[in-house]
Design a protein around this ligand. Sequence first.
Ligand code: AMP
Ligand code: MG
Length: 322
Amino acid sequence: MAKAKWSALPTQTLRAGEGFSLADFDASATPGWSAGKAAAEKFMAARGELLSELQERFFANAKEGDPRKLLLVVQGLDTAGKGGIARHVLGMVDPQGVQLASFGVPTEEERAHHYLWRIERALPTPGKIGLFDRSHYEDVLVVRVENLVPQDVWEPRYEEINAWERNLVENENFTIIKVALMPSHAEQSVRLAERLARRDKWWKYNPSDVDTREKWPDYLEAYQAVLDRTSTDVAPWYVVPADHKWYARLAVTELLTQALIGFEQEWPVPEWDLTTEKKRLRSTMTKEERKATQAALDGTKKKVKGAIADFEKAVAKAVKGR
Ligand code: AMP
Ligand code: MG
């Protein structure tokens, strides 16, 4: 059987453009992927290896002064699978390369500042993938639905957020990917019921989840406004059908991988001289150490060479296929 792959990439199929309507959204769809769950999981594992390598290149280049930064904003209602993205997608890369920030109800200190204050402080540094589990968008979602501030306060925030994000992209070397995970009302009922049914899920449950669920149409309206007003060229929204967790994870993995592929980063070239350093190191070895080192290198050389060749091929293919 031929290897399963995307028929169309999430960068194209999931982008929220003009005329996008949440009311017509099918949360159980799997755009661009018809091969099903098992194939998706296999593909995702391979993609994860590529993602991990690209992330390491990103990190290595940042050490050499490349100023680029990558931010993944993840929004979604309760049970949408935000935690699963952190665990299963970002879990595939070196934890040193990830900067995770979760945004809950603002603390007293946070409330004393502008709503973007706590967000700014959590922005990732170069070479790290910044992951926001909820974000400044809560300030036009929960805040709007629950009337936490009057409309004349939240209304100007859409434009303010657009300008703020634009500045990050145009002047601060950011790439911003915004993901809205959208499960159906029916799927949410299953997931909330599961949380209540399982001792090990109780910690995730909050009685307020049901209050939020009761306001589903209001939240849809607030999400629609976010997508209508803040899906910009510089920081687009991708709306991910989230009834199938495997699909949501696969899609977000691909969005991240494509962003890093787009950076087109080689391994940095060292400033030191390779021949000189090899000689210097060798001069510190005893005779026995030289012998043992040579034997170890002979053993790994072929393996490393093969792995690098495979990886270069995978990157070249990925670049071609995007
Ligand atoms: P969880 O993600 O389940 O830990 O829940 C975090 C909670 O914090 C959610 O109910 C959010 O709606 C709430 N939250 C996040 N940001 C804000 C905000 N700016 N204002 C009010 N509530 C917020
Ligand atoms: Mg919750």
